[in-house]
Design a protein around this ligand. Structure first.
Ligand SMILES: NC(=O)C1=CN([C@@H]2O[C@H](COP(=O)(O)OP(=O)(O)OC[C@H]3O[C@@H](n4cnc5c(N)ncnc54)[C@H](OP(=O)(O)O)[C@@H]3O)[C@@H](O)[C@H]2O)C=CC1
Ligand SMILES: Nc1nc(=O)c2c([nH]1)NC[C@@H]1CN(c3ccc(C(=O)N[C@@H](CCC(=O)O)C(=O)O)cc3)C=[N+]21
Length: 292
């Protein structure tokens, strides 16, 4: 039987500590932990993320605020906004949603975020810490999506040490930090991407596949070793022939699920884990302020 790696029970198990930690910080600071999200333009996956984290923030007692900027905003304006948030003592965590429009250099914006407020774990400092963790230790801070995936694997008792892990996608927000975390926990890691010449040859030998491309149905049943663990990060919206809207991942779920050992659903898998890791890191950032 395929194990469906649903986020729901994992999140339920996190709720008590998130709520208690947020309440503790609220009592100490006299205000709730505060997350500010900067959203430029209207990327659909970002819109889903913003909506879900707002709802979950309210549930656990975090104040979440979204600053929306027009798609034609200048880089200097975004830098100025981030600097203002860095200086604001009432803001504990800052995230700038990616992707950003072409006129803006994402690296410049990300590295303007103060290290202490970088709850996405994207700055150079955070990246350096992630890649230099002691061997076999668990990352406790870092980019929210791979952190959430590690939490999901741990909850369901899927050990990664000695496994052959193939990550499809090499972005700074998912693919690369995922590689760091799996590698650190003892997996043998391959990162595939659009220039990989034979993707199927790579995935066919994988014990764990992490698909993070934004390409619907990229991972098909013929690419999967029976019994493999399939982690689907993709967030793709599409409208079917009958005009009905769907949200799907990068995996051909209907055909892959029956042969997989374990698989994350979309929705209800990786996405909610990301949201909860973001809130966890926001509460932790506020707790550090409270302890000062
Ligand atoms: N569930 C969640 O919590 C999250 C979901 N997402 C979703 O995950 C997906 C990926 O996000 P993100 O990492 O930001 O995306 P990017 O667009 O930054 O990266 C996509 C990666 O996929 C690779 N790729 C594209 N097409 C192929 C192909 N045909 N074969 C192999 N590799 C391919 C690209 O290769 P190359 O580098 O060569 O261009 C690139 O490395 C999106 O759908 C996004 O919305 C993202 C973050 C969190
Ligand atoms: N700086 C930055 N950090 C990010 O982590 C980041 C980003 N930018 N840009 C966009 C992507 C995308 N992303 C999602 C996270 C959760 C869901 C999510 O909650 N998904 C639900 C959707 C449920 C629904 O509403 O239907 C699910 O899969 O169940 C979606 C998308 C984070 N990203």
């Amino acid at each position: 039987m395929t194990v469906i790696l649903k986020a729901k029970p994992v999140i339920e198990s996190l709720t008590t500590s998130l709520t208690a930690d947020a309440a503790h910080v609220t009592a100490t600071l006299g205000r709730k932990p505060h997350l500010t999200v900067v959203l430029v333009g209207d990327d659909p996956a970002s819109a889903i993320y913003v909506r879900n984290k707002q709802r979950r923030a309210e549930e656990v007692g975090v104040q979440s605020e979204t600053i929306r900027l027009n798609a034609d905003v200048s880089q200097a304006e975004v830098v100025a906004k981030v600097q203002q948030l860095n200086a604001d003592p009432a803001v504990d965590g800052i995230i700038v949603q990616l992707p950003l429009p072409n006129q803006i250099d994402a690296d410049v914006i990300i590295n303007t975020i103060a290290d202490a407020k970088d709850v996405d774990g994207f700055t150079l400092a955070a990246t350096g810490r992630l890649w230099t963790l002691p061997k076999n230790s668990q990352a406790t801070v870092g980019p929210c999506t791979p952190l959430g995936i590690m939490a999901l694997l741990d909850y369901y008792g899927i050990d990664v040490a000695g496994k052959n892990a193939v990550i499809v996608g090499r972005s700074n927000i998912v693919g690369k930090p995922m590689a760091a975390m799996l590698l650190n926990r003892g997996a043998t890691v391959t990162i595939a991407h659009s220039q990989t010449t034979d993707l199927k040859a790579a995935t066919q030998t994988a014990d764990i596949i992490v698909a993070a491309t934004g390409r619907r149905n990229l991972i098909t049943a013929d690419m999967v070793k029976p019994g493999a663990t399939i982690i689907d990060v993709g967030m793709n919206r599409y409208v079917d022939a009958a005009g009905k809207k769907h949200l799907t991942g990068d995996v051909d779920y209907a055909n892959v699920a029956p042969i997989a050992g374990a698989i994350t659903p979309v929705p209800g898998g990786v996405g909610p884990m990301t949201v909860n890791m973001l809130l966890k890191q926001t509460i932790a950032a506020a707790a550090r302020t409270a302890a000062e």
